[in-house]
Design a protein around this ligand. Structure first.
Ligand code: NAD
Ligand code: UDX
Length: 459
């Protein structure tokens, strides 16, 4: 099928950047991104590009280049669906918070709503592309909803999971390691392959069956997260044996079978994907009664929770077993650098733990809004909103946040933290001045020379 118009349902961290790049690389295709959230659409349409709802390096330039030409953001979902030959479903698939599978399974209600919406509106043949990360065999459910609408509209369903990482979304989209397309119909697969073919070499466009494609996405995230939990497990051992986790990571990473990437020990992985997707994998394995498989992958999450917890426990024990009434400066709230996304960020859990111990936490993050930080903390429901506001303060200036603190926790690896005037920071802190570097970004010798009590992960 020749594709002239694409509609993407879901203007989030994936839908926005992915469609912007598709529009840039295919100037002859009209791409419309639709969403039920009018504020989000208004932000994507904002004249002021610094107000785009997703911060990603390079994204604003692409939006500026394509918006109003062949890239459009709209709340008119039905119109978008009706006009397009190809429809991407890129809505959120969070962990279920209710009912069967609560806390484990992916909540597919938004995906199902999209399928029903397409079924209601479509008057001509459509290729429906699963862009959201979905449990293996979801395409079956989508197919069943679409094929039961009656009429003679023909639907083809493809799985095209997205592998971009936040903070490097544009770069990852422009130079993907691979694009994965799973489907039954060769014609539909090639229609989508042609769109990516505008900039991705054909040998990097993999064609598989739908189920392999769906399962590959969950598996890729599980493998990546497993590497982080593996190195984090070793980091704790390093702290007891005088081994240095950075040296160990370098030594093993030079083995070409292991490779150097994704071996940075940390406060634990965050982000909207790893935990959700592994929990989902565990849930699926259990639903087939594969207990050993489920237990194996669940351990990746257990270790990650342990890593976050032991970071805050270590802070408390080092600060003479009490942080009550002490001011703790927190550098970074985003789950990684170069993004304003905070979903599952370790900073939220570490702050919550410190507040339980009656610490006062002062936060600075270069991209995350104050309101988002309070929303994240309030969502945990540990204490009242008023208490959270009284105990946690948010600052626009890092030096102001760090003034009179007993300790600093580095939660995100923002580059700017490295170039701060650490002597000045030392001078404005209470003594002894402690740094807990959850990202191993500062130099221990330098920090010790200034006078800091410095500790990092796995050293
Ligand atoms: P997001 O929450 O940022 O965006 C989803 C958007 O979908 C929201 O704006 C929401 O309003 C909209 N939406 C929900 N239901 C809708 C409906 N019925 N009609 C119209 N709009 C609707 O989520 P995201 O981070 O972009 O993730 C989307 C999917 O992509 C998820 O399945 C996720 O697992 C997957 N994924 C995410 C990443 C990532 O880095 N964030 C990477 C790869 C894959
Ligand atoms: C991840 C996958 O990388 C991406 O392919 C998928 O499409 C979505 O999920 P994302 O969550 O955006 O991407 O970022 P990623 O770079 O994978 O980082 C996830 C978390 O792991 C972050 O908190 C990061 O700080 C942490 N991390 C990453 C480590 O602690 N150590 C590492 O070595 C790498």
């Amino acid at each position: 099928m020749k594709i002239n118009k694409i509609c993407c349902i879901g203007a989030g961290y994936v839908g926005g950047p992915t469609m912007a790049v598709i529009a840039k690389m295919n100037p002859n295709i009209q791409v419309t991104i639709v969403d039920i959230n009018p504020e989000r659409i208004a932000a994507w349409n904002d004249e002021d590009l610094s107000k785009l709802p997703v911060y990603e390096p390079g994204l604003a330039d692409i939006v500026a280049e394509t918006r109003g030409k062949n890239l459009f953001f709209s709340t008119e979902i039905d119109k978008g669906i009706d006009e397009a030959e190809m429809i991407f479903i890129s809505v959120n698939t969070p962990t279920k918070t209710y009912g069967k599978g609560k806390g484990m399974a992916a909540d597919l209600k938004y995906v199902e709503l999209c399928a029903r919406n397409i079924a209601d509106v479509a008057k001509s043949d459509k290729i429906v592309v699963e862009k959201s990360t979905l449990p293996v065999r979801t395409a079956q459910a989508i197919k069943s909803i679409l094929h039961n609408v009656g009429g003679d509209v023909n639907f083809q369903i493809l799985s095209n999971p997205e592998f971009l990482a936040e903070g490097t979304a544009v770069e990852d989209l422009l130079k993907p390691d691979r694009v994965l397309i799973g489907g039954e119909s060769e014609g539909a697969i090639e229609s989508l392959a042609k769109i990516y073919g505008s900039w991705v070499p054909d040998n990097q466009i993999l064609r598989t069956n739908v189920w392999s494609s769906e399962l590959s996405k969950l598996t890729a995230n599980a493998f990546l997260a497993q590497r982080i939990s593996s190195i984090n497990a070793i980091s704790e051992l390093c702290e007891h044996t005088e081994a240095d986790v950075t040296e160990v990571a370098r030594a093993i990473g030079m083995d070409s079978r292991i490779g150097p990437k994704f071996l940075n020990a940390s406060i634990g992985f965050g982000g909207s994907c790893f935990q959700k997707d592994i929990l989902n994998l565990v849930y699926i394995a259990r639903s087939y009664n594969l207990q050993a498989v489920a237990d194996y992958w669940e351990q990746v999450i257990i270790l990650n929770d342990h890593q976050k917890r032991r970071f805050s426990d270590k802070m408390i024990s080092t600060l003479y077993n009490t942080v009550s009434g002490k001011k703790i400066g927190m550098l970074g709230w985003a789950f990684k650098k170069d993004t304003n996304d905070t979903r599952e960020s370790a900073a939220i859990y570490v702050t919550d733990h410190l507040l339980n111990e009656q610490a006062e936490v002062a936060v600075y993050d270069p991209k995350v809004r104050k309101s988002q930080m309070y929303t994240d903390l309030n969502y945990l429901n540990t204490r009242s909103e008023e208490e959270n506001e009284a105990l946690m303060t948010v600052h626009n200036d890092p030096y102001e946040a760090l003034k009179d603190t007993h300790a600093i926790a580095i939660m995100t690896e923002w580059d700017e933290f490295k170039s701060y005037d650490w002597q000045k920071i030392y001078d404005i802190m209470k003594k002894p001045a402690f740094i807990f570097d959850g990202r191993n970004i500062l130099d221990k010798k330098e920090m010790n020379k200034i006078g800091f009590e410095y500790s990092s992960i796995g050293k």
